[in-house]
Design a protein around this ligand. Structure first.
Ligand code: GRF
Length: 223
């Protein structure tokens, strides 16, 4: 099996990046984490990745004159690592249409809501304000419109009485760490691919057995 060389883009703590790195350590996992790239030099996830033997790179958006130049710098870094797939994992820069088009069908994001509900920032505040009883997360291909790309996989969690944005975020994050490695595996193996505004192939690892799947052992132990 040829593993797809995957770069993970982060801006902060990188807990989703950690779950991808740990899943990719499995012999049968179809992606290899070729690099962790951050637009912020102080991103906590960088040190964790380096300590786990993953090449890291900072492409600081503040060091570039404009977004176009920053994205050229990002593309150059992706090229340096021979990147075939990109995972955005808490990457807090909006990418322009040019670089998104270049990576069309090969760039994946995770968002902490059941899209198309609650796009953008303050997701959990939005969910609580709307009074939904179920929230969750979505792994999707990246398109120019934010949080709008074809859906690869979703996982749901209950919203419980007394939830705060933080408590809901923590519950959703727990399923993000399981969903994102599954989504990357589907894409890297070719079992799911983008076809226009839809994903064809295996669209979700969960289906009717979601509860069972969520209760199964985690893919990796975060440390
Ligand atoms: C996650 O909730 C992710 O869905 C969102 O940003 C957060 C990043 O967290 N896009 P982490 O850096 O992966 O811990």
């Amino acid at each position: 099996m040829t593993k797809k060389r995957t770069a993970i883009l982060i801006s902060g703590r990188g807990s989703n990046m950690m779950s991808l790195v740990e899943a990719a350590a499995g012999l049968e996992f179809p992606a290899l984490i070729a690099a962790v790239i951050s637009n912020r030099p102080d991103a906590a996830g960088l040190a964790w990745a380096a300590a786990h033997g993953i090449p890291t790179r900072v492409v600081d958006h503040k060091a570039f004159a404009n977004r176009h130049a920053f994205e050229d710098g990002l593309q150059a870094a992706l090229d340096d690592f021979g990147t075939e797939l990109v995972c955005l994992a808490g990457f807090m820069r909006v990418l322009g249409a040019g670089i998104v088009a270049r990576w069309s069908g090969r760039m994946v994001n995770i968002h902490p809501s059941l899209l198309p509900s609650f796009k953008g920032l303050h997701t959990h505040e939005q969910a609580l304000a709307a009074g939904v009883r179920i929230s969750g997360c979505t792994a999707h291909f990246v398109v120019p419109e934010m949080d709008a790309g074809p859906i690869i996989a979703q996982a749901a969690v209950p919203v419980v009485d007394g939830d705060t944005p933080d408590s809901l975020a923590a519950r959703v994050l727990g399923v993000e760490h399981r969903l994102y490695p599954h989504a990357l595996a589907l894409v890297a193996s070719g079992r799911a691919r983008m076809a226009g505004d839809r994903v064809v192939g295996e669209r979700s690892p969960m289906g009717v057995n979601q509860a069972e799947w969520l209760m199964s052992p985690p893919l990796g132990v975060l440390g």
